[in-house]
Every structure is written in structure tokens, then in C-alpha cells.
Design a protein around this ligand. Structure first.
Ligand code: SAH
Ligand code: SF4
Ligand code: F3S
Length: 444
């Protein structure tokens, strides 16, 4: 029950989709303990910042934000500020020492402890819990849905990562890999469908290594199929897949079910086998290209996207050219592209020198971005004249006369509203495009 004594929490989220999903778990834990969530920061008694450590600039953004929020305490002395998520886990008590206005620190596996931590803070202490767990999946928790869209939701199905890519901080901030009980996942998806949701995205840092082994075995393809069978009108997506686990069985499962979206985010990071080895990615260029060929054979219209890192330790111009040529060979529809950022305590920080000069990293990144813009535009031009089933997510950004949604390949499609509404599936014929959007008209 919400009464005047109910404290209000505002949660601000940075980083990956897993963090957005975690904020919904945090919201649920707190509302079960006589707190309420608010989307108005000025009404908040507690501000929680769910943070990311993946690159140095992600952490710098949060540091700046803490400084801004700390000023609110002058006007509102009872306001409490908590830092949760990966940065809390990476920096631990150091963050309390450096940020005097922070009252609470909680790592990704400590969210059930947040109400107790809050109690300590009410009693005038500063509170911290950064214990990692080998078992915590928050499987029994029904997340509150913070996203107002109510059509598409994230479901966290596994946590942690133990791949130890040499550049990456996640194994240190998220702990060991563990899978969530499949029954709780399927129930959550079914409840969402019954509430009117039409799309779920199954989440994990390495989602396709999902494996449940208690009272019966369930692999990732089995789980995908079970979720897809809830209802043909429920679209199923998943992210992020590691190339090492993209099995033939998984590809065939996607191909077989029309409501499992034809879209795979398969981060390659580099096109050079030498760099991939230094990154500890556990595959090489040839292996990756073979997997892409198998995907294209079974799912010819599959949308493909990737993550790329420019300027990793010792990367030469030749390595970089191999990245560009791999991008052309795959012809990705979309990419997230980054400059290498050395993270403390990772394998790369300990073993290799961050020796590619900043301006070379920037130049290579600019070339990667330019090429991807061209590839995205080409990919969209190929769709001209084709008709796609689009799940309507809402109005387009530019006009209330236009609706927008995604096709199975995860491309954004915009078309005139007519009598359609959010949550409808509409057949849209594509007439025009930009590098980022397909533009068309509904056909009956
Ligand atoms: N688990 C996912 C991705 C996790 S992080 C996977 O393995 O693909 C998202 C992306 O951030 C990574 O794919 C990588 O491209 C980028 N990234 C991770 N660490 C980085 C670093 N130290 N510097 C720059 N980019 C990094
Ligand atoms: Fe990081 Fe690699 Fe794990 Fe992805 S698979 S989270 S890049 S260690
Ligand atoms: Fe960032 Fe942590 Fe996600 S480091 S990318 S929020 S797992």
C-alpha cells in the first residue's frame, strides 16, 4: 500500500539491456518493502543510479552525474543517493571514499539486500554490499515494468560471464555464469503476453550458453522453442550471443519458428584472427565467417548485427583492414562500434600494452563507422519494394500521424497511422529508406 510514509525511489539506468532489466528487478524488490518507484526525480526520496563499467567514458559519465545529483541534497537534505550495478561492484568501498555524497553501494548480486541497506542509511550510516553469488538469478522476482511502452519487455535468463575476453570487465563485475530456472522464465513470458505484451527479449551476457541442469536438462534452443510456443503472436528475441555457442541446432530452431525473430546480434569485435586470439575470443575469422554462412543458408533474410572494437593492443593497419573486409563480407545491418578502453585488472591490462595511439584509434573507428553507415544504407535499399510484418510500438518520433515499429530483422519501420494502433501486427510495403529507417505503407 502506498501512503504518505512510503518512500519514493527514482532509478536511473546506464549501460546494457541487462542493467535495464536489473533496474526492474530492483524496483520490484523495493516495492515489496513499502517503497514505491517514481518516474519524477523531483519527487524522489532515494535516487539509485544503475551503473556500467564497460569503458572508461561510461564511468566518467556516472561520476559527472553524481556531482549534479549531489547538489540536490542542498535543497533536500534527506535525499539519499545509491550507486548500484557494475561500477559499484568494480570500485567497492573505494567509491564511498571518493564520492562523499553517495549513501549506498550495491553490486549486481546484492539487490535483495537493498531494503536492509536502506534501513542502515535511515539510521545515519553509509551502507555497502558487493558480494557476488554463484547462484543468484532473481528467478522468483516479477520485475516491475519501468518502460512505458508495454509492448516489448526484457527477460533476464542468465547472469554473469566467465569467458574472460581479455579486454572485458564484465566477468569481474557480474561474477560466474549461471542460468535461471526455465519454469520461471516461461511463466514470466506467459504473464507478459496475457498483459498485452507482444515481444520478449531473452537476455544474458552470453545468452546462447544458457543451460539448465537441475531436475531435467534444458538448452538454449529448447528454451527458445518453449517461449515461442506460448503464442504465435508473441515475438521472441535474444541478446547477446557469443559466436562460440551459435550452434546448428540454435540456427535451425530460429528458422523453424516464425515468431522467433530473424535477427542475430553476433559480436565479432575484430576481423583479424591474430587480434581475436589476443582478445581471448575463442574463435577465429574463418570460424566466424563459416557460422555466418550457415546462418545465411538456413535463414536467408536474417538480420545481422555486431559489436566492434578499434585499436586493441598491438592492432596494425593490416589487422584493421581485415576488420573492414570482414564487415563487407558479412554485410551487417547494424553495429555498435567502440574505441578500445583499457580496464583495470583485466587480462589485457596486465599482459599487453595499450599501444595504439589515441588518434589512430579514432581514425580507425571513424572508418569503421563510415563503412557501417554505407552497409546499413545498402541493406535498407535491398528492402525497397518488399513487404514486412511490423509490430507497432508507438508513434514515430517525428509525427503523431505516423506509426513506428520493427520488422522481424529488427529494422525500424515507419508508416502512416490509418486505423492501426500500438501492439498491432501490420503488413507494410517499403517505398523509401534512409540509412537508419525503412518507410512504407500498410497493405491490407
Ligand atoms: N557479452 C557481449 C558483450 C558485452 S559488452 C559479448 O561478448 O559480445 C558490449 C560490447 O562492449 C562488447 O561486445 C565490446 O564490443 C565492447 N567492449 C567491451 N569491453 C570493452 C573495452 N574494454 N573497450 C572497448 N569496448 C569494449
Ligand atoms: Fe565480456 Fe567477453 Fe563476457 Fe562478452 S563474452 S561479457 S565481451 S568477457
Ligand atoms: Fe556495463 Fe555491466 Fe552491462 S559493465 S555493459 S552494465 S554488464
Amino acid at each position: 500500500m502506498i501512503d504518505n510514509n512510503t518512500k519514493k525511489i527514482y532509478i536511473e539506468t546506464y549501460g546494457c539491456q541487462m542493467n535495464f532489466s536489473d533496474s526492474e528487478i530492483v524496483g520490484s524488490i523495493m516495492t515489496d518493502h513499502n517503497y514505491a518507484t517514481t518516474d519524477k526525480i523531483e519527487l524522489a526520496d532515494i535516487i539509485l543510479i544503475n551503473t556500467c563499467s564497460i569503458r572508461d567514458n561510461a564511468e566518467q559519465r556516472v561520476r559527472k552525474r553524481i556531482t549534479v545529483l549531489a547538489k540536490l541534497k542542498n535543497k533536500q537534505p534527506n535525499l539519499k543517493i545509491g550507486i548500484i550495478g557494475c561500477m559499484a561492484e568494480r570500485l567497492k568501498s573505494q567509491l564511498l571514499e571518493e564520492e562523499k555524497d553517495v549513501d549506498i553501494i550495491a553490486g549486481p548480486d546484492a539487490y535483495r539486500d537493498l531494503p536492509q541497506l536502506m534501513n542502515s542509511v535511515e539510521n545515519g550510516q553509509r551502507a555497502i554490499n558487493v558480494l557476488l553469488s554463484a547462484e543468484e538469478t532473481y528467478g522468483d522476482i516479477r520485475p516491475v515494468r519501468l518502460d512505458p511502452n508495454k509492448i516489448s519487455a526484457f527477460i533476464s535468463i542468465m547472469r554473469g560471464c566467465q569467458n574472460f575476453c581479455s579486454y572485458c570487465v564484465v566477468p569481474f563485475t557480474r561474477g560466474k555464469e549461471r542460468s535461471r530456472n526455465p519454469e520461471t522464465i516461461i511463466n514470466e513470458a506467459r504473464e507478459l503476453f496475457e498483459l498485452g505484451y507482444r515481444e520478449v527479449t531473452l537476455l544474458g551476457q552470453n545468452v546462447n550458453s544458457y543451460n539448465w541442469n537441475e531436475n531435467g536438462q534444458m538448452s538454449f534452443p529448447d528454451l527458445l522453442q518453449k517461449v515461442a510456443e506460448i503464442n504465435p503472436l508473441l515475438r521472441v528475441r535474444f541478446a547477446t550471443s557469443h559466436p562460440k555457442d551459435i550452434s546448428d541446432e540454435l540456427i535451425q530452431t530460429i528458422a523453424k519458428h516464425p515468431n522467433i525473430c530473424n535477427n542475430i546480434h553476433l559480436p565479432v569485435q575484430s576481423g583479424s584472427s591474430r587480434i581475436l586470439k589476443l582478445m581471448n575470443r575463442k574463435y577465429d575469422r574463418e570460424w566466424y565467417l563459416e557460422r555466418i554462412a550457415t546462418i545465411k543458408k538456413h535463414i536467408p533474410d536474417c538480420g545481422l548485427s555486431t559489436d566492434m572494437i578499434s585499436g586493441f593492443c598491438s592492432e596494425t593497419e593490416e589487422d584493421h583492414q581485415q576488420t573492414l573486409s570482414l564487415m563487407e563480407a558479412v554485410a551487417y545491418d547494424y553495429a555498435f562500434m567502440f574505441k578500445y578502453s583499457e580496464r583495470p585488472d583485466t587480462l589485457a591490462a596486465k599482459k599487453f600494452r595499450d599501444d595504439v595511439p589515441e588518434e589512430v584509434k579514432s581514425k580507425r573507428l571513424a572508418e569503421i563507422i563510415d563503412l557501417q553507415r554505407k552497409l546499413s544504407h545498402q541493406s535498407n535499399k535491398k528492402d525497397l519494394g518488399l513487404t514486412f510484418e511490423v509490430l507497432v510500438e508507438g508513434f514515430s518520433k517525428k509525427s503523431d500521424e505516423q506509426l513506428s515499429g520493427r520488422n522481424s530483422q529488427n529494422k525500424m519501420v515507419v508508416f502512416p497511422k490509418m486505423n492501426y494502433k500500438k501492439g498491432d501486427y501490420v503488413q507494410v510495403k517499403i517505398g523509401r529508406c534512409t540509412a537508419a529507417t525503412l518507410i512504407g505503407e500498410a497493405i491490407s
